[in-house]
Every structure is written in structure tokens, then in C-alpha cells.
Write a protein that binds this ligand. Structure first.
Ligand SMILES: CC(C)(COP(=O)(O)OP(=O)(O)OC[C@H]1O[C@@H](n2cnc3c(N)ncnc32)[C@H](O)[C@@H]1OP(=O)(O)O)[C@@H](O)C(=O)NCCC(=O)NCCS
Length: 217
């Protein structure tokens, strides 16, 4: 699948006001700004490049929203620290990176996840899926639940400001509309879902693409 096709699919996964950038371009550490370099000191090889590729995408997305391409340092739970008034999300997989950004006045959070469409290993199903989650016995569906939950986590993190376990959220997929419903199972997650969380997914060849967003009140 061509980069432009994946870019279009990702764009369709989010509301119109969200800027999206997907890239398989050769990353370079020179893409990083001084505030970001501190966080890369303990990273090695490909991880440094993946981080740089994600930051380059994020800056391209900021620019397409008409915002300056500012630094995006990293917080204590690995979360990207977006410029004031901005929310966003980053994902990378297999030499590709993508980022989405939106205005905080419109969105309380955005979540993006890209995963290989390989089935989830049997050993991980108990960890990722709740006992009452539909489709968990199918490895491909379980992998989709995994990706959706990672997108949800990134989306709600600015609200909950804490780690959220996979068991804390139940996801029900609507295959026909490529969307899902999320049900919170802890008070912290309930709080995060006060504004209804929305999201979509797409399986594009070897890639699962998942989105989540929370509108601002
Ligand atoms: C953090 C996590 C979601 C990253 O997902 P991944 O598939 O490993 O990797 P991806 O490439 O898709 O995403 C990595 C990016 O996520 C972003 N990210 C990491 N932690 C984050 C957080 N707490 N909040 C928001 N975004 C976060 C970062 O931008 C990171 O890239 P960077 O380090 O280069 O900046 C995953 O490793 C994790 O810890 N999951 C457990 C929590 C969870 O998903 N719970 C589900 C609850 S419903």
C-alpha cells in the first residue's frame, strides 16, 4: 500500500479538524530539537531514529494545522508533551511513523495506533482482553482490540495522567461501521469517558490503524 493511501486512510479515521501526517521517510537525528535530545540519550539505534521520525511527523502535522513546529519533549510516563493548547498522538511501526494533532479547544485528547495485523499471541490474550470481550478467541480480532486499546490509552492519558491497564477498558467493535464503543471499568477511566470517547479503525493490508478522540466540552 502506498504512503499516500495510508495517509488518506488515517485522515478518514479522525474528525476533519485533526491534522494527520504519515511518513516512511528516512529519519535523521537532526530532525530533533534540543528539548527532545535529552530524552534520547538512553535510546539506541533504531529506537532513536523511530523517535526522530515520530517527532518529524508531529511537526509536519503541527504546521498543517497552521501552528509553529515546536519541540515535543517527553513526560514521565513517556507521553509526548505537546505545545500549549495542542493535543496529539504519535505511533510508529516497521519503519513508518504517524502523528495527529488538534486544537485543545476542540479536543481533550487524540489517540493513534498502528500495529502489524499479525494475530495476537495466545500468551497475550489474557493480558490484553477482558474475559467478557467479544471475539477474543480470534487472534486477529484480539490484535485489533489491542490496537484500539492503545489508541484509547494515548487519547485518555492527558485526562487520567496515569497508567491504565488493558483490563480497565472493555471494547466492543462494530465491524460494519469500522468503529467501536469503549466501556470503562474503573473510576479513573469512567472519569476520562465523561465526554464520550469516539474512535474508528481500519485494517489496511498488513497494518491495523486505530483512532480515538475525546471532544472538549
Ligand atoms: C505506550 C504504549 C501505548 C505505546 O504503544 P506501542 O504500540 O508500544 O508503540 P507506538 O509506536 O504505537 O506508540 C509509541 C508512542 O506512544 C506515545 N506514548 C507513550 N506513552 C504515552 C502516554 N502515556 N500517553 C500518550 N501517548 C503516549 C509516545 O509518543 C510514543 O512514541 P515516542 O516514545 O517515540 O514519543 C504502550 O507501550 C503501552 O504502554 N501500553 C500499555 C497501556 C495501554 O495501552 N493500556 C490500554 C488501556 S485501555
Amino acid at each position: 500500500m502506498r504512503d499516500s493511501e495510508i495517509q488518506s486512510l488515517l485522515t478518514e479515521l479522525f474528525p476533519d479538524q485533526v491534522a494527520v501526517c504519515f511518513s516512511t521517510g528516512q529519519p535523521s537525528e537532526s530532525d530533533l530539537l534540543p528539548e527532545e535530545l535529552a530524552h534520547t540519550k538512553k535510546m539506541v539505534g533504531l529506537r532513536r531514529l523511530e523517535f526522530a521520525q515520530g517527532r518529524a511527523c508531529a511537526r509536519a502535522a503541527l504546521e498543517s494545522l497552521g501552528l509553529p513546529p515546536d519541540a515535543i519533549p517527553t513526560g514521565s510516563n513517556r507521553e509526548p508533551l505537546w505545545p500549549e493548547g495542542v493535543v496529539g498522538s504519535i505511533s510508529h511501526t516497521d519503519g513508518a511513523a504517524a502523528a495527529v494533532v488538534g486544537h485543545g479547544a476542540q479536543f481533550a485528547g487524540l489517540g493513534l495506533d498502528m500495529e502489524s495485523a499479525e494475530p495476537l499471541g495466545d500468551d497475550l490474550v489474557e493480558l490484553i482482553c477482558r474475559p467478557d470481550e467479544e471475539g477474543r478467541e480470534n487472534g486477529k480480532h484480539a490484535k485489533l482490540l489491542f490496537s484500539i486499546k492503545e489508541a484509547i490509552y494515548k487519547c485518555i492519558y492527558p485526562t487520567v495522567q496515569t497508567f491504565v491497564d488493558f483490563q480497565e477498558m472493555k471494547v466492543k467493535v462494530d465491524a460494519g461501521s469500522h468503529s467501536f464503543a469503549a466501556e470503562a471499568h474503573t473510576p479513573a477511566c469512567e472519569q476520562a469517558l465523561v465526554n464520550r470517547l469516539e474512535g474508528k479503525f481500519r485494517i489496511a493490508g498488513e497494518l491495523i490503524l486505530s483512532s480515538a478522540w475525546l471532544r472538549s466540552r
